[in-house]
Design a protein around this ligand. Structure first.
Ligand SMILES: Nc1nc2c(ncn2[C@@H]2O[C@H](COP(=O)(O)OP(=O)(O)OP(=O)(O)O)[C@@H](O)[C@H]2O)c(=O)[nH]1
Length: 356
């Protein structure tokens, strides 16, 4: 027996084989069909698609052979790939110096006949063979040789198609992954934008809408009032002597008072109207469907509720009310009138509601 040598392009050949990612893969119908056809056409009991790895031959498909692989040293196909341009045909292995001492030949019912058509890729690498074998010596007819060569080209095409379809599948999965990442970043960005938009509308200390959000809501309420004829009022609410609260009880306590008043106003105006922090120790109220008298009554209730807040110190507020004047009224003008009414309440002794 003569051990097969290695082809000159062995390194590239092995790389090409590895790139197929086929070694030790599960059986596939396409390859199984082609070895069955090869065995039938050549009228032999054994046929394989054999791939020659660095030190073994592994069968992608086989009929009449039990082992899934053999050592490369004993592989007929390892000799066959040394002649990539021609079929290797051994009519009687016992009469061929390369195979006469081969254990697969000397075994009982050992191989006598072998014909292998190399599987040559488009880059010229002989990866293995499509081969047929018999335990009796025989010769192939020319039409069987032609059929073997045609079938080996089909096996090679199947191998290359398999590689392309796996590469496409990989690209598809990669694309899906990138699309998922993109969606993820987009969602995050939208959430950040939403948070940012929320931050630009919300007072961080009390969680109430801020002056800007209130002005937008008031502007919409004014348009609605012009359409449906409902009354509308606003009120400016300022904590009395808040500087003294800060000075005596500390800024943190001042913050607690602001938060407590904010919470009370939020629950008071949850269903109807809107309460917002105007800035500093000032709050502003939107009193929907209220004329000045009704607004004053609501503000009285607010003033008394604040005076009863359990914050551990006496807290009072002064409130100025302004009713929406349909003709030529503006957000700024309403704020200004409510502000003036609130200062009138301060001047009148604080802890009271004044309608402007
Ligand atoms: N703790 C706290 N204090 C604030 C905040 N914003 C403004 N202030 C304080 O609120 C106080 C407002 O004081 P002033 O404008 O003099 O009015 P006041 O003491 O309430 O007196 P009157 O309005 O005339 O009753 C200032 O001392 C500010 O520092 C805040 O977010 N937290």
């Amino acid at each position: 027996m003569i051990k097969p040598s290695k082809p000159d392009n062995e390194q590239g050949r092995l790389q090409a084989l590895q790139s197929l990612d086929i070694l030790d893969s599960a059986p596939e119908q396409g390859f199984d069909d082609l070895v069955a056809i090869a065995a039938a056409i050549c009228a032999v009991p054994m046929a394989t698609v054999s791939l020659v790895d660095s030190d073994r031959q592994w069968f992608k498909a086989r009929v009449g052979i039990d082992d899934a692989q053999t050592s490369r040293d004993c592989a007929f196909c390892a000799h066959a790939i040394l002649q990539p341009d021609a079929m290797t045909i051994v009519d009687d292995a016992t009469a061929d110096a390369r195979f006469s001492g081969n254990p697969y030949v000397t075994a009982p019912d050992g191989i006598r006949f072998y014909a292998g058509a190399p599987l040559v890729t488009s880059e010229g690498f002989a990866l293995g063979t499509l081969c047929v074998m018999d335990d009796k010596p025989r010769q192939l007819e020319p039409y069987q040789v032609e059929a073997m060569q045609a079938l080996s080209r089909q096996v090679t095409r199947l191998l290359e198609l398999r590689r392309v379809s796996r590469a496409l599948g990989l690209q598809l999965r990669e694309r899906e992954w990138y699309e998922q990442q993109l969606q993820h970043y987009q969602d995050e960005l939208e959430q950040q934008n939403a948070d940012l938009a929320e931050q630009t509308r919300t007072d961080p200390l009390t969680g109430l809408p801020n002056r800007r959000a209130f002005a937008a809501a008031l502007s919409m309420a004014m348009e609605r009032s012009l359409r449906d004829g409902q009354h509308l009022s606003v009120a400016m609410l300022d904590i009395d002597h808040f500087k003294t609260i800060n000075d005596i009880h500390g800024h943190a306590m001042g913050d607690e008072v602001l938060v407590a008043i904010g919470g009370m106003l939020r629950s008071q105006f949850a269903g109807n109207g809107l309460a917002a922090r105007h800035g500093g120790e000032e709050f502003v109220l939107l009193l929907a469907d209220c004329n000045a008298d009704e607004a004053r009554l609501q503000c009285e209730f607010v003033r008394q509720s604040i005076a009863m807040l359990p914050v551990g110190l006496p807290v009072t507020v002064s409130i100025g009310v302004a009713q929406f004047r349909r003709r030529d009224d503006t957000v700024e003008a309403m704020f200004k009138r409510a502000d003036e009414a609130m200062y009138a309440a301060k001047r009148a002794g604080r802890d009271q509601v004044v309608v402007g």
